[in-house]
Design a protein around this ligand. Structure first.
Ligand SMILES: C[S@@+](CC[C@H](N)C(=O)[O-])C[C@H]1O[C@@H](n2cnc3c(N)ncnc32)[C@H](O)[C@@H]1O
Length: 236
């Protein structure tokens, strides 16, 4: 994660008062550290739960070292599995009470199978109104292999290798889950918000109406005739 990208996350976290953040794909913990620092800066409650494979601990520095050096251990929960985050995500779905998050940064396993399935699982762990970021919308296996100069995924067909698989998740799964405020940015990120449930929309509607009526009721006692008249009309 770059500094400019971290600033975007900071804005989303601060504007929406997000507390429980998820990250799929820890690697060395740079993104994890940025997010933990954003929560720390705001003080108050909040943690980052990050997922990767156990193998990521072989990196130097590894996530534990990065987080400890920065004094952010109390803000981070590291969840490692030998094969894939889809397994610990299943455990989370089974837990009682089920953990709830208000943000997820998808930055690991850019394939249709991994990101697609992870999205379906994570969606069940997200609160209404939670935010997601899908990294690398335009990533392809083809381009990645070309850059590295070697074949990484032998089991994929040429068609699969050329397809932007994260974009497919974005355009099919995220869209069809009725996510709102969908936007893309210059970093190849897809940013979207989980829809509020119908009940919550109604609740907010009545809440706003109630607050509005209360504010208007105040005008009734004001001296301005025009305002009084207006308030009377609306409150009728
Ligand atoms: C691009 S790196 C993450 C970078 C990190 N988010 C950051 O901002 O510094 C991708 C990571 O995803 C992990 N990953 C990919 N597929 C995974 C899977 N199915 N399960 C767990 N981890 C996975 C890789 O091991 C790798 O460390």
């Amino acid at each position: 994660m770059k500094n400019k990208q971290a600033k975007i996350i900071r804005e989303i976290v601060r504007q929406n008062n997000l507390r429980n953040l998820l990250e799929l794909g820890t690697y060395q913990g740079k993104g994890t550290a940025y997010m933990a620092a954003i929560l720390e800066e705001r003080r108050g409650p909040g943690t980052v739960t990050t997922f990767d494979r156990e193998k990521c601990l072989e990196l130097s520095p590894n996530v534990n070292e990065v987080i400890t050096t920065m004094g952010l251990e109390h803000r981070v929960k590291i969840n490692l599995h030998h094969r894939s985050f889809t397994f610990p995500l299943m455990k989370m779905l089974e837990a009682n009470p089920r953990p709830q998050f208000d943000f997820c940064y998808f930055d690991g396993g850019h394939t249709w199978d991994e990101t697609g399935f992870a999205f379906l699982l994570v969606d069940k762990l997200l609160k209404p109104g939670a935010w997601i970021i899908l990294d690398d919308l335009d990533w392809t296996i083809w381009e990645s292999e070309k850059k590295r100069g070697k074949i990484i995924n032998r089991s994929y067909s040429d068609e699969e290798k050329k397809i932007k698989q994260v974009r497919k998740v974005w355009e099919i799964l995220v869209k069809e889950a009725d996510y709102i405020n969908m936007r893309e940015n210059e970093f190849g990120w897809g940013i979207a918000q989980k829809p509020y449930s119908k009940n919550m929309v109604m609740h907010n509607f009545y809440n706003t109406k109630y607050r509005f009526r209360k504010r208007l009721a105040k005008y009734k006692n004001k001296t301005s005739r025009a305002l009084k008249k207006k308030a009377k009309k609306i409150l009728r």
